[in-house]
Design a protein around this ligand. Sequence first.
Ligand SMILES: [Zn+2]
Length: 89
Amino acid sequence: MTKAERINNPGKQRPPYWVAESYKGRVVATFFCPQGHRLKLREHDVATDGTVNPRVECNYVHPDTEVACEFNDKVKLEGWSHGESVAVS
Ligand SMILES: [Zn+2]
């Protein structure tokens, strides 16, 4: 289980973390894997406690080395507030 902290400004802290974004009138999470790759969780289900289903798999492949990211884990979004309407800037 990977626990991701909720932050407002990506880039200032070490991942994993997540940010809230607005998508089609609801809040969706954008998760940053431990390597800092950005993953939009639009097709995932987030439980009331922040647990994401199914597992999150990072498909990032480095364009130069062609090394694929191996992140594949259950993720919990700390600070997830189910159904909230977040003011997203
Ligand atoms: Zn990754």
